[in-house]
Ligand binder design. Structure first.
Ligand code: HEC
Ligand code: HEC
Length: 378
């Protein structure tokens, strides 16, 4: 049995990405400290991920008792985003177990109701979530608005359709490769070094650097003052470290790191061809895109959107299941520009419920020498 003894240090910041958004005013130092608290609270031991329930792990859980403990962070972020609030709407500081605070009890009643609706009317599927009624507001309207502003999601669905002749997945991947400069050109690129900034919604930014190889290896380094966070996919294994100390990753975090590394290299998408399936065209902002779905044996389906006109990959969404439905992880590839004679997205926007951040690319070096030790575990 694994104990909690390694909790604090070894799992620091494993959730850095997911909780930045709730700390708009935090300074870098406060940010790191708060992240540490969250990481400790939600840290899950990968061996116990599916075994431990929220009821066993947390102090005052009365409704979500049977939920896998590892879903807690995601579900709390989803509830916050569904109501358009921060954690402080229902909690006092970081004492999340404290009772009789804010709207915590209201939220419990709502949780009971929502889970009940799904059990009774939707065969246990999480069809109804907080967002179904709340739509980003604390109050849920029961009257129909009569103004001219239409719900954008309704407009999106109306535009969704199957084209008369379905393009093949091969044709879409081919167009994507051509848009990026063509197969020959892409094949001549063996390594890449990217210098960027990670920009938080409040404008604060941290330096970020990426090293990638055509073999699918990828290293990302983000510096929060003295704290250096590194995420690596070495072509086989995935690891993450904080100041050279390796920390545990949840299964879906491992997948996200691998998948980012894969799509970063246009040609490598062909290696997952057998998992890809054409779906339909959809409106994404002012663009029309082909949707290709990546089916996995696991629980992490992925949607890839390719701009019909340009052929470029413009969006990727991964869905992680929770008791309140899908926790979505979205990456938008914006502002494609030629850098070092190579076309690439220069503004990459990441979003999970309640949290967003952007990678602004500053410069790209093609075919630099990359020391393989960069991909080695510390
Ligand atoms: C809309 C209200 C609401 C919001 C917003 C909310 N929570 Fe909660 N939280 C709850 C409720 C209700 C429970 C108890 C659930 C139960 O009893 O099953 C809970 C429980 C928790 C627990 C378990 C505490 C324990 O040990 O018993 C943690 C940790 C937690 N929340 C963290 C967060 C974080 C972090 C955020 C912000 C990202 C957040 N919550 C936002 C309502 C909320
Ligand atoms: C079936 C629709 C529906 C669902 C699903 C739903 N709510 Fe509500 N919720 C309401 C309505 C209606 C109100 C009352 C709004 C009012 O009176 O203005 C409300 C009120 C609340 C309030 C009290 C707000 C206040 O300031 O009085 C909280 C907190 C809340 N809901 C949280 C949640 C959470 C968290 C979930 C998901 C676990 C959820 N709700 C799911 C319909 C829903």
């Amino acid at each position: 049995m694994l104990t909690a003894s390694r909790l604090t240090v070894s799992r620091i910041l494993s959730l850095v990405r997911c909780f930045v958004g709730v700390m708009n005013t935090a300074t870098k130092f406060q940010f790191v400290m708060i992240s540490l608290v969250f990481a400790t609270i939600f840290a899950s031991n990968h061996c116990l991920v599916f075994a431990q329930t929220a009821g066993e792990k947390f102090k005052n859980v009365k409704v979500l008792t049977a939920m896998p403990a590892e879903q807690m962070g995601k579900v709390m972020n989803m509830m916050s985003a569904s109501l358009g609030v921060n954690c402080s709407y229902c909690h006092e500081g970081t004492n999340f177990a404290k009772e009789n605070v804010g709207h915590k009890d209201d939220a419990r009643k709502m949780l009971t109701m929502t889970l009940g609706i799904n059990t009774t009317h939707f065969e246990g599927k999480p069809s109804v979530s907080c967002y179904t009624c709340h739509r980003g507001n604390t109050n849920a309207a029961s009257t129909i608005p009569l103004d001219s502003t239409r719900d954008s999601t309704i407009a999106t669905r109306a535009l969704t359709s199957h084209p008369a002749t379905q393009p093949t997945v091969e044709a879409i991947l081919q167009k994507h490769i051509e848009a990026l400069g063509g197969r020959e050109k892409l094949e001549s690129i063996k390594t890449r070094h990217i210098v960027a900034q990670r920009v938080e919604p409040n404008g604060q930014s941290e330096p970020e650097e990426l090293w990638q190889t055509s073999g699918g290896q990828s290293r990302m380094e983000t510096k929060y003052g003295n704290v250096v966070i590194v995420e690596v996919f070495d072509g086989k294994d995935t690891w993450k470290s904080v100041n050279d100390r390796v920390i545990d990753l949840k299964w879906d975090e491992v997948e996200q790191i691998r998948r980012e590394a894969l799509v970063a290299w246009g040609l490598n998408l062909e290696s997952i061809r057998s998992m890809l399936e054409y779906k339909q065209v959809e409106q994404i902002g002012d663009r029309i895109a082909h949707l290709i779905v990546r089916k996995t044996s696991g629980n992490l389906d992925e949607r890839l959107y390719f701009d019909v006109e340009s052929g470029l990959l413009i969006r990727r969404i991964c869905s992680v299941p929770t008791v309140l439905g899908a926790f979505e992880y979205q990456v938008e590839y914006n502002d494609y520009q030629v850098m070092s004679d190579f076309l690439q997205p220069t503004k990459i926007r990441f979003a999970v419920p309640n949290v967003t951040w952007t990678r602004q690319v500053i410069s790209v070096e093609i075919n630099p020498d990359i020391n393989s030790t960069l991909f080695q575990k510390p």
